[in-house]
Structure formats: C-alpha cells, structure tokens
Design a protein around this ligand. Structure first.
Ligand code: GLN
Length: 479
C-alpha cells in the first residue's frame, strides 16, 4: 500500500522506482471510490489525472529533472477555476459552468507538474461553517460520520483527513481553511491578504478572500505556498515583497515572544476542556524559555458583527453578476419581463444562506443604514488593525483557539444561523486584519475529536510562521 509522508519522501520513492506517479494516482482514486459516502468530491478528474501521471512518469524516466511539485496529487475547492473544467461554487446557479481560464494558483501548480485530481465540495459560495450549505449535499467528517467536517472548505479538509490526495487548496474568507482543518485534525494555512493571487478564485468578499492550503505537514504546505504565491498581473492586491525561498526548519534553541488574549481563553462560548488544554500548552511554552504574556483584547466581541456586516456587503455586490444574463442559471419561466427574469433566476439558483447574506448585505449598504452599519464596521476593522499592529510590535506571535468547540454534529447549527456565525469568533480576526494564520492539529478531546490552536503573526511573515508551527508540531509529537 502507498503511504504518503511528505513530498520529499514521495520524490525519493519515485527516484528509487519504488513507486510511480501513476500508482500513486491509482491509490487515491481507489480511496476516493471506496469512501464515496463522505461526499468529498463534486467531480473527480479520473482519466485526466491518470494520463498526466503517466506522462510525468515518462518525463522523469527520460532523465528530466523533476520540478518542485512533480507528480504531487492535489485537490482544489470548487471555487477555484481550472480552464476547461466545471466550477460551480457548490451552487445551482453555476451548475454546468465551464472555466474559461485557470486561476493563477492552478496555473502555477501545473507549471510545477502537480496533478489536479478533482474539485471538492464546499458551502455554496464559501458561505458557511459546516459544509451543509452545498447544492451537492453535505460532506461527512471521516473521524465521526455524525459530525460535520467544518466549512466552508470541508471537502478539501476531508480529502486530506481521509487520504484522498497529498495536499489541497481551499479558500479562507473568515476561517474556511483553519476551522475545517481543526475539525479534521490536519494543518491549514490562511496566508496574508495579498500573498496569493485571487485571480480565478470565485469572489465571496474580495477584501477578505485568500486561497489557503491544507496538508499533513508544514514543509509540504510551505512548498505549495512557495509555488503559488507572489505577484500576478491579474491581481493588483498581491504584494511584490519577495516570496518564500524554501522551508528551513527552526533551530532548537531560538526563543520567541507569544501573546495570548485572556478574553479569548475565558470566553463563555469556549469549551472548557479546549480552554484548559490551551492554557496548559501556554504554560509549557513558557517553561520552554519563551516569553508568553497576556494582552488584553477588549474588542473581541465586535469581531463577528464587523465581519458579517462587511462580508455580506461585499458579497451582495460580488454576487450581483449572477443574474441569468451575464452569468448563471436563467429561468425557463415563460412570458416574464427582464426584472422578473433576474428575480426568478436568482430565486431558483441561490440557496437559502446565500440569499440571506445578499439581503443582509444589501440592507447594510442601503442609503438609510449605510452609516449605522457599514461605516461603523469599517471603523471597527480599522481599530482591529491598529490593535493587532500594537500586539505584533511587542510580540512575535499570537496564540488563539481555532474554534470554540470540536466538530459540530450534523444539523446542530443549521436551525440557528447566528449561533453558527458566532462560532467564527477566533478565525475572522486574521481576515479582518490581513495577517497570516495557521491552525495546527495538536490535541484530542475526551469526546474523541481532534482540535488544535492557531498561531498568527505579522503580514507577509509566512516563512517565520511556518517555521514555528513546524517546530511546535514536532515538539508536541515527541512529547
Ligand atoms: N464561516 C465563515 C462564513 O460563513 C467563513 C467562510 C469562509 O471563510 N469562506 O462566512
């Protein structure tokens, strides 16, 4: 049986001819087929992935130097465009739509000889925290089928958790990579805003959206980040700062300054076992010689409201293009005028949560309420950026939980959208302020489910962030 440990290890196996790319793809296709009930993929690019694997095997055997992601099998969330392949944002409104171009991230993966194995299920237009808002049905958590994998990138998370590919891409607007990573016991990176081009990523809230990476280990995540990040003529918000230059593990002895927010660890919504475990972890960091200090963060309860005002406002504007004329499903109802056609097409095409957010966003942007909601939320965002800058001039990293609980039971949150929104309390901060964050899988709850915590740092400090995360993961594994 093929066991994937890391890209480096896989490349060594290929060189020794212990395995071929074709065999690796075969293995994953079998895994996917055996576990269809998890509902991870909306579409598997079976024949194409095998074909590409065979080509890569020939290329390698002919003596060509393998590229950085030679034969690496990757799944992409169904909000990322891949030329001549369908992309639907898990929505009926885009069913059957074929991408006219590839996202920059996908193009760069392919240039480095990665193999795209399929597109993964997610919440419709990446709106949700459980993967239950998909037009293609819910995804199940492979660790416990009565639970959700989290969302919105639940399919991409389970694809790693259940061993369906080596790495996967998701998108993270308010936690959609980190929270499902946490619920599934794997690592998930949300890079800084402006690190990876959003060209070809279906927009939810453009000033928050980032492509994120799921993987089993940090050096692999770092390799993929290295390949897909960096300036792009199609997205002017991408930073021109120098990108990664390969992953170097941290030397044992280096000590850092960590801040934690007491308000976050003592928040009434946080599971007491998670709180106690993270507090204990903080103590261990201190015993290890690091400086670990509390930093008061009174703004915590304003984070979720600000996030939902701003993201729904942006979503209502971004999703206006799906009107049955420019993009998306067009109603077949006869004898209606143009206004009715827009209305009917959107009524038929969008799901309940997406409609709720479009209405909320239109409301907060409406003339009478703009200042009361939208302008205020922008002010909160500004205050948050200032606060985070203050914290990160005094400290190297912030430690914060990823989610208040372990994976929700299926159906647990669907009746009460506000309670689902409130569970985003720990993740949306990084998107509101543009900083990078990683959810690290570290612990197991007494209910049997995994959970971890997040480490955040200054914008564009991914190299340092990934080093410390790798160090903490390895140290924990040894303890
Ligand atoms: N759960 C959050 C939301 O529903 C985050 C979604 C995301 O990051 N795409 O908006």
């Amino acid at each position: 049986m093929f066991e994937f440990i890391s890209i480096e290890h896989y490349h060594a196996l290929l060189q020794k001819e212990t395995i071929t790319c074709e065999q690796a793809v075969h293995f994953y296709l079998q895994q996917i087929d055996k576990n269809k009930y998890l509902n991870v993929f909306i579409e598997v690019f079976e024949e194409e992935a095998l074909e590409r694997a065979k080509e890569l095997d020939l290329k390698r055997k002919s003596g060509a130097t393998p590229k950085k992601l030679h034969g690496v099998v990757i799944a992409i969330k169904d909000v990322i465009c891949y030329k001549n392949h369908q992309v639907s944002a898990a929505s009926d409104i885009l069913k059957g739509f074929i991408s006219l171009y590839s996202a920059t991230a996908v193009e760069r993966l392919l240039e480095e000889d990665a193999i795209i194995i399929g597109r993964t299920n997610c919440d419709e237009f990446a709106m949700g925290s459980t993967n239950e808002n998909s037009a293609y049905g819910k995804v199940l958590n492979a660790k416990d089928r009565t639970r959700t994998p989290g969302g919105s990138s639940g399919g991409s998370a389970v694809a790693i958790q259940a061993n369906f590919c080596m790495l996967s891409l998701g998108s993270d607007t308010g936690g959609s990579v980190r929270q499902p990573a946490d619920f599934c016991g794997i690592a998930g990176l949300k890079p800084s805003y402006g690190k990876i081009s959003r060209h070809g990523l279906i927009a939810y809230a453009s000033s928050f959206d980032q492509i994120g990476i799921f993987g089993k280990n940090i050096s692999d995540i770092s390799k993929v980040l290295d390949v897909i990040s960096g300036p792009d003529e199609f997205d002017s918000t991408v930073s021109h700062k120098k990108t990664e230059t390969g992953f170097v593990p941290l030397k044992e002895k280096k000590k850092f300054r960590f801040a934690y927010f007491p308000e976050a660890l003592d928040h009434p919504s946080l599971d007491t076992e998670i709180s106690a475990t993270i507090k204990n972890f903080i103590k261990e960091l201190e015993e290890d010689g690091n400086i670990v200090s509390p930093f008061s963060f009174e703004l915590l309860d304003y984070i979720v409201p600000a996030y939902y005002v701003l993201t729904t406002a942006e979503a209502s504007s971004n999703l206006s293009r799906y009107d049955g004329i420019r993009f998306g499903h067009r109603t077949s109802k006869p004898g209606i005028d143009i206004d009715e056609l827009y209305k009917q097409s959107r009524t038929e095409g969008f799901g309940k949560e997406v409609k709720r957010r479009i209405m909320l966003g239109s409301f907060v942007l409406s003339a009478g309420y703009y200042d009361a909601y939208y302008t205020r939320a922008l002010k909160v965002r500004r205050l948050l950026v200032e606060k985070i800058n203050e914290v990160l001039t005094q400290f190297d990293f912030i430690i914060i939980p990823t989610a208040p609980t372990t994976a929700f039971k299926l159906g647990e949150k669907t009746k009460d959208p506000v309670s689902m929104y409130l569970a985003d309390i720990y993740t949306v901060l990084a998107n509101l302020t543009g900083i990078p964050a990683v959810s690290i899988p570290l612990f197991q709850h007494s209910n049997g489910m995994p959970f971890g915590l997040q480490i955040m740092t200054k914008q564009y400090q991914e190299a340092l962030l990934l080093q410390i995360v790798d160090y903490l993961m390895n140290k924990h594994a040894k303890s």
